[in-house]
Design a protein around this ligand. Structure first.
Ligand code: ATP
Ligand code: MG
Length: 392
């Protein structure tokens, strides 16, 4: 059995293609480290994984489903490429018989779909499909053809060698890890920001993360929860550099010196400034947050504008058009949800005013916060930041 791996968009990358392929191959190898005898090789537009025992396939496939850049994969039988394709036909007929046994079927319909990547091979895809179909009709009792809605699809590929398979397993999609630069994720302990980080990392962006911690208003467990979330993310994104920023002094000062209805927005502007400073120092090209329009007062369009404008780099919000239920479904599918809902306080929930502004004016916010020594507070927070790498 060989695993045939397909990689979506890499073929679009022109001269960068070898680089993307190398990054993807490295990621596949990393995912398969628990299977040291697995061998990853490259064909045209495909990777092949050989050397896995049948009993290892479910584990290996679960690991591969988390590799960004892999579009889909299949468990295939590899056969020699002969003119009559007999080995391939026999293999597919055996797969069909095996499927009938497994499903406990007496009769079933099938269809053959062929890809002829080797354009020197004389027969066309259509001719190959018809030829294989005829062989299966003759050799697998109970099977008939239905080209519109078959019970079983038999796939044939004619490449360096021939490959036959019956199923296509979807991969994570996206682009290979570390193929698209680096960004700084504002990572709270909530449901949204890990999901936002996932979507950005899926496009090949390397993640750094920053968390604002307000000890003793927020507990050691709240901090640990964020480390745990970064760890879960890192199993898909690769190692994450996590910055934990001491935020207590800033929060306290805003609380005592600024109008309560502006508290959250001023706090978020400080977060943006500090995140941007750390991002600059760590060569990140953008900030990423888990905000979506209208979810809370600080996420109205007017509020987003007021927080956006203090960052001197692009701020990406990949969840901007998501409903909360969609975000929850995404968080569940990537495995962060259970950790996110653990009941520890977040710094944004400490000192939350009853009536936060939903239609703030930049000038008024800027005036209100100008009573604080902004640059000094930002520099002090950056200097007090603890930075470490989180690995799976
Ligand atoms: P989340 O589920 O991500 O916490 P949320 O709906 O609770 O989001 P807010 O608390 O308003 O929303 O935060 C909006 C965004 O600001 C978060 O998605 C995150 O990117 C960032 N953020 C909020 N609190 C923190 C924090 N303590 N540390 C780092 N980033 C934060
Ligand atoms: Mg939150």
């Amino acid at each position: 059995m060989v695993l045939l791996l397909r990689y979506g968009e890499i073929h679009l990358k022109g001269l960068n293609r070898p680089h993307f392929e190398k990054l993807l191959r490295d990621a596949v190898r990393r995912a398969l480290t628990p299977y040291p005898q697995a061998k990853v090789s490259r064909g045209t537009g495909r990777f092949y994984v050989t050397g896995l025992e049948d009993s290892e396939l479910p584990g290996a496939e679960a690991a591969l489903r988390r590799v960004f850049g892999l579009h889909s994969f299949s468990e295939a039988v590899e056969t020699e490429k002969t003119d009559d394709l007999l080995p391939l036909k026999e293999a597919l007929a055996e797969m069909a018989r095996e499927w009938m046994r497994r499903e406990g079927r007496e009769t079933a319909t099938f269809k053959v779909e062929t890809k002829r990547a080797d354009k020197r091979f004389p027969a066309t895809s259509m001719q190959i499909s018809a030829d294989i179909g005829g062989y299966v009709l003759e050799h697998v009792p109970g099977m008939t053809v239905d080209v519109h809605d078959p019970d079983l699809r038999l796939y044939a590929e004619v490449r360096e060698k021939c490959y036959g398979y019956t199923g296509i397993i979807p991969g994570a999609g996206g682009l290979p890890p570390r193929s698209s630069g680096r960004a700084m994720l504002l990572l709270s302990g909530g449901i949204d920001s890990p999901a936002a980080g996932y979507l950005i990392a899926k496009r090949g962006v390397e993640l750094h993360a920053v968390h604002f911690h307000s000890f003793p208003f927020t507990s050691e467990q709240a901090r640990q929860k964020v480390v745990d979330l970064a760890r879960i993310l890192s199993s898909m994104t690769g190692p994450i550099t996590l910055n934990v920023v001491p935020f207590t002094e800033i929060q306290t000062k805003i609380h005592t010196d600024c109008p309560p209805e502006m508290m959250v927005l001023i706090m978020r502007r400080f977060m943006m400034r500090i995140a941007a400073a750390l991002a600059g120092a760590q060569e990140c090209a953008a900030l990423v947050t888990g905000e979506s329009i209208g979810q809370v007062a600080s996420q109205t369009l007017a509020s987003l504008r007021v927080t956006d404008c203090v960052a001197d780099m692009p701020v990406f919000r990949p969840l901007i058009g998501f409903d909360k239920l969609d975000i929850i479904a995404l968080a569940e599918s990537i495995g962060t949800y259970e950790t996110s809902i653990l009941p520890y306080e977040d710094c944004c929930t400490v000192f939350v005013p009853k009536h936060p502004l939903t239609n703030p004016h930049e000038d008024r916010i800027a005036k209100a916060e100008s009573v604080l020594p902004i640059d000094e507070l930002v520099q002090k927070a950056v200097a007090g930041t603890e930075t470490f790498r989180v690995t799976p």
